[in-house]
Write a protein that binds this ligand. Structure first.
Ligand code: UN1
Length: 512
């Protein structure tokens, strides 16, 4: 193959041959050294082959990390406001390409167009926000305890950062990781989820078009064990940021700890929505539908438990079920669809297994529960929006993250019990309460043990300039979004400048 073909991002397909996408290493679009590839197919219609991507291995990762290491030597010295100018340009370009990239994303991920437009918008928002940080990156200056001595702390980049990203927000989440890392002066190697590499590819392409220097951003596509593991274990990588399941996060955290890498983990959730007797019920029903079935329930922040105070339990449930039955499940490219498919067969099987578990444990299936297979559904991974009622907090459907369109409704005696049930869980990402009682709203803000609490809104919908992340098994104490991302991608250096022209000993010399 001619070398100019190799350095193009994609070899355009024909009617009979699909597009072939390359890795991006050291400013070149290249094939994997493994010679292997994998397919990216549309989960709404698996006959639709989106493209062929590189199935990378350790030697590709090694090349990408080496390139990032070399690029770091220069990138770290470029003034942060200049680095930010590239990110501003990328933000504008992303906004211009929003519709095309949203369509690509719906095709590879399945969620409806309205939501994929939101996903691209979240990357645009992150780009503008993080570019703004280029002129801040503040550190403290503070008086010294000694005379004629100056003290301050400055932020320093870490070096090569590795990002391992999930399929449910295939552009927004990579942007949460790449953009703060870059503005702080780090260089990056990203391995996107194998179900949705195209959206990350599109994000990287924008950065390249905006003028990011060679080697500063590298993309290596492939599978976790083959490409993710060597990236995570690489001795030159100084930080790892991962979003995904709690079980994989545990392994990643353990591995990263062995070489003292910074490690940010954003893991599972089992997010509760509390509906109190005094709530605006129509609003709560609206919120529950969006929180539980938006993105086909495939958000870490999805509303997966609805804890309803006994006085409105029946009324809330009846309205919710009636509305859920009317949701239109279908191909996300069809503007009339409300709910798209599951990402893949394995996810769909797991969702259906949770339906069986709910039934076996004695919960009441109010609606849904089945795979949709007839007609247009035949080629996709579709299932009905599913609601269980009379759920006991000990059941698996009330405790385990499902990541599908299945929600558990739990009855509660009163507000205190609702908060106890909400907190009685391994995870702590998002939470919400519907009430018109301001006192209870404030108690909930204080007592719901989670990284995010919404009042009179569902558990989804975080904005990029606020901290995003959770407590307990949801993470390891870091936050994405907001200034927390800058904290993660920098290390503090304290600087003391003694201009007294004599030896001054801290803690020992105590001038009057
Ligand atoms: C996720 O659930 O994996 O808050 C990310 C939200 C989105 C991000 C979700 N802005 O629902």
């Amino acid at each position: 193959m001619a070398s100019d073909t190799l350095t193009s991002p994609v070899i355009a397909g024909t009617a009979t041959r699909p597009n072939i996408y390359h890795n991006f290493i050291d400013g070149q679009w290249v094939e994997s050294t493994t010679g292997q590839t994998f397919e990216n197919r549309n989960p709404a219609d698996t006959r639709d082959l989106i493209g062929i991507f590189q199935r990378s291995g350790k030697s590709d990762v090694d090349a990408a990390v080496a390139a990032a290491r070399r690029a770091f030597l220069k990138w770290r010295l470029i003034p942060a406001p200049r680095r930010a100018e590239i990110i501003f340009r990328a933000a504008d370009m992303l906004a211009e390409r929003k519709e095309d990239y949203a369509r690509d994303m719906t095709r590879e991920m399945g969620k409806i167009l309205k939501e994929t437009r939101g996903d691209v918008q979240e990357a645009v928002d992150t780009a503008f926000y993080m570019a703004g940080e280029g002129r801040r990156l503040f550190g403290p200056t503070t008086p010294s305890e000694l005379p004629n001595k100056f003290a301050m702390a400055v932020r320093q980049p870490l070096g090569v950062c590795a990002m391992i990203t999930p399929w449910n927000f295939p552009m927004a989440i990579p942007s949460w990781k790449l953009l703060p890392a870059l503005v702080c002066g780090n260089t990056c190697v990203i391995k996107p989820a194998q179900d949705t590499p195209l959206s990350t590819f599109n994000l990287v392409r924008v950065l390249v078009d905006a003028g990011i220097p060679r080697g500063v951003v590298n993309i290596v596509t492939g599978f976790g064990a083959e490409a993710g593991a060597p990236l995570l274990e690489h001795p030159e990588v100084r930080a790892v940021s991962f979003t995904g399941s709690t079980s994989v996060g545990r392994t990643i955290g353990t591995t990263a700890a062995k070489s003292f890498k910074h490690c940010s983990l954003e893991l599972g959730g089992k997010n509760p929505m509390i509906v109190l007797d005094d709530a605006n019920l129509d609003l709560a029903v609206e919120g529950a539908l969006w929180g539980a079935f938006g993105t086909t329930g495939q958000r870490c922040t999805a509303t997966s438990r609805i804890i309803v105070e006994k006085g409105v339990y029946r009324a809330f449930l009846d309205r919710l079920v009636e509305r859920a039955r009317k949701l239109r499940v279908g191909n996300g490219l069809d503007e009339t669809s409300d709910v798209g498919p599951a990402i893949n067969e394995r996810q769909l099987e797991s969702d259906l297994e949770y339906v069986r578990a709910g039934q076996n444990e004695g919960a009441r299936l109010e609606c849904g529960g089945c795979r949709l297979e007839k007609g247009d559904y035949h080629w996709g991974w579709f299932m009905e929006p599913t609601i269980f009622s009379d759920v006991d907090r000990k059941m698996r459907i009330a405790r385990e993250e499902i990541f599908g369109p299945v929600v558990a409704v739990i009855r509660s005696e009163n507000f205190d019990e609702a908060v106890t049930i909400a907190n009685d869980i391994e995870y702590g990402l998002s939470s919400s309460i519907y009430t018109r009682d301001v006192n209870r709203a404030f108690v909930a803000m204080r007592d719901l043990y989670a990284g995010i609490t919404y009042i009179n809104a569902p558990t989804i919908g975080a904005e990029v300039h606020l901290p995003f992340g959770g407590v307990k098994a949801t993470g390891n104490g870091h936050r994405e979004g907001g200034i927390g991302a800058i904290d993660f991608y920098t290390e503090w250096k304290s600087v003391y400048v003694d201009y007294s022209d004599r030896l001054q000993r801290a803690q020992i010399d105590r001038p009057e």
